[in-house]
Design a protein around this ligand. Structure first.
Ligand code: ADP
Ligand code: MG
Ligand code: MG
Length: 251
């Protein structure tokens, strides 16, 4: 489903290379974890996948279902089924969360040649999804992410994901700012989306989230490239030995 080949990417503004020959393959149905120390390029990778224009790909390719997405803008990537839950969700004053969700969902339906949802159908869909994630409808009347706690922002991201039913989900440190109860709810939300035709990439610094979202594969990111790949036991090994030793061994 996703094949990243020898990817090099840099910050457009100053040319600093952050992603440095990264290779990664994720199959449909797979849950892959990417773990790495702070500053290893985890968030940068998610921005590059999303197509943010502050980053330039200078070498390599990103294939999604066998086709390069490098020339696609962020909206096209989203319509094609890519979803990114960011580490720091953007606050949008003046746009009620509910309104944002409605536009996002209907834009996606339009792109797929489907009819827009009627308001009652939309509300029903949101109510169901919000209920399973423990999100209060009251919260959805507030402007998107404005004044949301860390946990509320992460839940709002997972709610968007649930509604949009993407094919490839990338979750960047969704566990940060969540207490244990919220972590379980979010993990349940992600687990409910697991299916043979969908892939999930869970980016995390800590092993804890992976107790709840059990990955098929674990990849270690260091200095902008994947230096080690294993199964879920690699996450435990990282927890026990620490990044420094594992990365040194891999080198
Ligand atoms: P991680 O998510 O693994 O903590 P990041 O992708 O956020 O890592 O950052 C990787 C490196 O790139 C860090 O050294 C960070 O300071 C740098 N970096 C990322 N984006 C920018 C930017 N827009 N301007 C300057 N430095 C950046
Ligand atoms: Mg970081
Ligand atoms: Mg990060």
């Amino acid at each position: 489903m996703l094949e990243i080949k020898n990817l090099h990417a840099r910050i457009a503004e100053d040319g600093t290379e952050i992603i440095n020959g990264l290779n990664l393959t994720v199959k449909a149905g797979e849950v892959a974890a990417i773990m790495g120390p702070n500053g290893s390029g985890k968030s940068t990778l998610s921005y590059v996948l999303a197509g943010r224009d502050d980053y330039e790909v200078t070498e390599g390719d990103i294939l999604y279902n066998g086709e390069s997405i490098l020339e696609m803008d962020p909206a096209e990537r989203a319509s094609a089924g890519l979803f990114l839950a960011f580490q720091y969700p953007v606050e949008i004053p003046g746009v009620a969360t509910m309104q944002f969700l409605k536009v996002a969902l209907n834009e996606q339906r339009k792109a797929r040649g489907e009819d827009e949802l009627t308001t009652p159908d939309f509300i029903k869909k949101v109510r169901e999804a919000a209920g399973t994630l423990g999100v209060e409808m009251e919260m959805l009347k507030r402007p998107l992410n404005v004044g949301f706690s860390g946990g509320e922002k992460k839940r709002a991201e997972i709610l968007q994901m649930k509604l949009l039913e993407p094919k490839l989900c990338v979750l960047d440190e969704t566990d940060s700012g969540l207490d244990i109860d919220a972590l379980k709810i979010v993990a349940d939300g992600v687990n409910a989306l697991r299916s043979p035709d969908r892939a999930v990439i869970v980016i995390t610094h800590y092993q804890r989230l992976l107790e709840y979202i059990v990955p098929d594969t674990v990849h270690v990111l260091s200095k902008g490239r994947i230096v080690k790949t294993g199964d879920k036991s690699l996450a435990l090994e990282l927890e026990a030995k620490g990044y420094t030793d594992i990365i040194a061994e891999a080198a």
